[in-house]
Design a protein around this ligand. Structure first.
Ligand code: UD1
Length: 422
């Protein structure tokens, strides 16, 4: 196991390349199960979650190869599905594993997938995924921790009205619908850029999809999909995290390939807080005018609202704000584990239900802290970058699930940060 040591107080200066989106590539990898032809993906981030998904897909008969000399290119090929069961041992490592359910069922008419169980940030059920697939003719039984799903004569189009715009449910149903007989209409669909990217990849595989990115998605099923090439969209959460890194250290960063349209909701908050944000062609430049940011409230919401995956990072920034900020989490019921760790670094935060009142302090101070989940761990790095003295962060394996070379990227911009064996 590794831990991260860092010394705060250094304004970051320089450029950081933004990688492909973890949350886009995971469903797109699962979509590779829908065809027996090769699918080539570019801009695939090198992350622990991608390795976990690869290991799971290999158990279903997919081969996943790094092709060409390009580090971030993968070619997937699933000539035949060799196994219909997604085992608990792999699914429990990563909730997104449940995304193999729709593709397996659509291509084979049968799937057995372990229930993912709870996770640190809340219960996170999959009832909406299952209801949607039932609407398309699947018979589903839950037994001994597994989802048993069958559609012996194939899935048929259906009317799927989601009770809430779940990202994963929209993706599972969208993938399943591409090979169903007839038209599927998903209403109250999630509108995240990762859904748009999945739909773009499926479309280049021959799927007929309209409306991805809006609340109503229409899919005309086709008998088969074919091979394709696709470039994964930029990771808006990585982009937002480094934007906050520039702001919290009072530095200036150019975020290469970071399309600002992906994080408008964060940019609005940063500008309100007094941070300068400019577009430089395809890149985004974040700079500070000096002084502390102003306290600004934020509430997480489905896209295009403020992303829950940037809530912890924004809270770190508000910890050193001039004034107070009310941060409300409306997506997950238990996503404030970083609060007590930030408290160890001198932050003044009071939680009432789903809201955290952050009273800005002039300075945080370094401390020994523990990462509890992916986004919480990076919020501690951000706080450490702004803090006086040394911070030690344990359990950084959470970080490797979603950030490629975070320590290297930050070091390249002047941060004093190293990863050492515990
Ligand atoms: C995805 C992202 C995750 C992000 C989240 C919200 C991936 C791999 N992960 O997770 O990083 O934080 O979107 O933007 O893309 N819900 C149900 N029943 C269901 C499904 C969801 O009640 O069947 C609830 C969840 O408990 C949660 C809310 O809906 O409260 C949103 O969850 P969802 O959008 O499904 O998140 P994920 O797809 O799991």
């Amino acid at each position: 196991m590794h831990k991260i040591l860092l010394k705060g107080g250094q304004p970051l200066q320089g450029s950081i390349p933004i990688g492909g989106a973890k949350n886009a590539v995971l469903p797109i990898l699962a979509a590779g199960l829908l065809t027996d032809e090769p699918v080539t993906l570019d801009n695939v981030p090198d992350l622990a979650d991608v390795h976990t998904m690869k290991a799971l897909l290999e158990t279903h008969g997919m081969t996943v190869e790094r092709t060409g000399d390009r580090h971030h290119r993968l070619t997937l090929s699933t000539k035949a599905i060799s196994n219909h069961t997604a085992d608990y041992e792999l699914v429990r490592k990563m909730r997104a594993s449940v995304l193999v359910l729709g593709p397996l069922l659509a291509r084979e008419g049968i799937a057995k997938v372990s229930l993912p169980g709870g996770c640190a940030i809340g219960q996170r059920p999959v009832d909406l995924h299952l209801k949607g697939l039932e609407e398309m003719g699947a018979e589903i039984v839950l037994e001994r921790g597994y989802i048993h799903a069958e559609a012996r004569d194939g899935l048929r189009g259906g009317q799927v009205a989601l009770a809430m715009p779940s990202v994963g449910a929209t993706e599972n149903i969208l993938m399943a619908a591409t090979l169903a007989k007839g038209e599927t209409v998903i209403t109250n669909a999630a509108r995240e850029p990762e859904i748009v990217d999945l739909a773009a990849c499926l479309t280049s595989m021959g799927a007929l999809i309209e409306g991805a990115g809006s609340a109503t998605i229409r899919v005309q099923g086709v008998p088969t999909l074919h091979g394709a090439k696709h470039r994964v969209v930029a990771d808006r959460i990585e982009l937002g995290t480094y934007a906050i890194a520039a702001a919290i250290t009072g530095g200036e960063l150019k975020l290469i390939g970071g399309r600002s349209a992906l994080i408008n909701s964060l940019i609005e908050k940063l500008v309100e807080a007094g941070v300068m944000v400019t577009n430089d062609g395809e890149d985004l430049v974040i700079a500070c005018k000096g002084g502390r940011p102003i306290g600004v409230d934020a509430m997480t919401q489905p896209y295009p609202g403020f992303p829950t995956d940037l809530q912890a990072q924004f809270m770190s920034l508000m910890c050193i704000a001039d004034g107070a900020a009310m941060i409300t989490e409306s997506i997950f019921e238990n996503r404030f584990m970083h609060v007590s760790e930030l408290g160890r670094m001198g932050a003044k935060i009071t939680v009432h239900g789903g809201s955290a009142l952050v009273r800005g302090v002039e300075r945080l101070h370094g401390a020994q802290v523990m990462a509890t989940d992916l986004r919480a761990s990076v919020s501690l790095i951000l706080a450490g970058l702004a803090a006086e003295g040394e911070t030690e962060i344990r359990r950084v394996y959470h970080l490797d699930r979603g950030y490629e070379k975070v320590d290297e990227k930050l070091r390249g911009c002047g941060a004093v940060i190293e990863r050492v064996k515990e």
